[in-house]
Design a protein around this ligand. Structure first.
Ligand code: SF4
Length: 333
């Protein structure tokens, strides 16, 4: 039984916040879930910053079976489920190069249940107070509360516990931000999708985010001011994601850097009209071709940028940039 607090996503701080504030709740959930499946081993994975606090909490649990605490690096792929399993087994914090279900072949080849630390903390609360209590807040499809991390714009990274089913606009405000002057919001982190500012009344639910290719994911919202260029922001993220590839699968090792490079040319103002189609072609090539979700998640982010920032694409191809206040027709004139 594994509690995953690796939180590789750079725009998420919820797991670190939870492990700092309520490590015993996570341990409660870990023990509950592990006992329910008759687990022989219990593991808790976190990063260096949270290690002392988590280790202290585990040591305080005289009632607990032995829980082994593991440190993993702060890197994007460290939190991927199979990367966590490899790290616990003494290997690198990188995804397996062959897709395998952890429920049949996990740690040491044995069936393994792995959950995010927030899920386990919620499980502990439901066990203590009951399902009806949990459902008192939130909506039918998004009951209870969840943790979100909001950052970007003029807002420092902020973690909030919010009721399920809130609108994106309300979440921004709950974190102390404002929707005034926002151009778009990246929902779900670097493997997520952009939501245009015109749709901030959408709720953080699978159903309402589906038309944008987004999911609530780990509750990450990244705000983009309207004076910032969505293409340049997306290009920086795509470059970061390409660097994070474990370079074990060809489409990921070669396809992501190429896709990021073409997007960067577009973002930097190349007027080659074939670039958007080339980004789409490369995204289609890498999708579904890796052992883990990394190529798919990266392709989704890039495709979402081309859709949501379509007017920026036109402006760039015309030699301008909407974020700089230089409109395509002004340039053409
Ligand atoms: S798809 Fe990429 S990140 Fe995932 S296992 Fe293959 S090389 Fe590694």
């Amino acid at each position: 039984m594994v509690a995953n607090g690796a939180e590789g996503e750079p725009r998420s701080a919820k797991d670190a916040t939870l492990l700092a504030a309520s490590p015993h709740l996570v341990i409660d959930g870990l023990l509950l879930a592990g006992r329910a499946i008759g687990a022989a081993e219990f593991h808790l994975v976190t990063t260096a910053a949270r290690l002392p606090n988590v280790s202290r909490a585990v040591a305080e649990r005289a009632d607990a079976v032995a829980i082994r605490v593991h440190e993993v690096p702060e890197a994007f792929l460290s939190g991927e489920a199979s990367a966590v399993i490899r790290a616990i087994g003494g290997g690198p914090s990188l995804p397996r190069d062959k897709a395998m279900r952890l429920s049949s072949s996990g740690l040491g080849g044995r069936p393994t249940l792995l959950h995010n630390v927030e899920t386990l903390a919620q499980t502990a609360l439901i066990a203590r107070f009951g399902a009806t209590w949990f459902r008192r807040l939130g909506t039918e499809s998004e009951p209870g509360t969840r943790l979100v991390t909001v950052s970007g714009g003029r807002l420092a990274p902020t973690v909030r516990e919010v009721v399920g089913g809130m609108t994106i606009a309300s979440l921004v405000e709950a974190a102390g931000g404002t929707t005034d002057g926002l151009g778009a919001v990246l929902v779900g982190g670097y493997h997520g999708a952009w939501l245009p500012a015109t749709h901030l009344r959408a709720r953080l639910t699978r159903q309402e985010l589906a038309p944008f290719g987004a999911t609530p994911g780990a509750g990450i919202l990244v705000l983009l001011d309207s004076h910032r260029c969505g293409l340049r922001e997306s290009s920086a993220i795509a470059n970061y994601l390409a660097e994070q590839s474990a370079r074990q699968c060809g489409p990921c090792a070669n396809g992501l850097p190429k896709m990021a490079e073409v997007l960067e040319r577009l973002a930097r103002g190349s007027r080659d009209a074939s670039l958007p189609a080339e980004v789409r072609r490369l995204a289609a090539l890498v999708r579904g071709r890796g052992s883990c979700h990394h190529p798919d998640g990266t392709a989704q982010l890039v495709l979402s940028a081309l859709t949501v920032f379509a007017s920026d694409v036109d402006a760039h191809l015309a030699g301008g940039c909407l974020a700089d206040g230089v409109l395509a027709n002004e340039v053409a004139a």
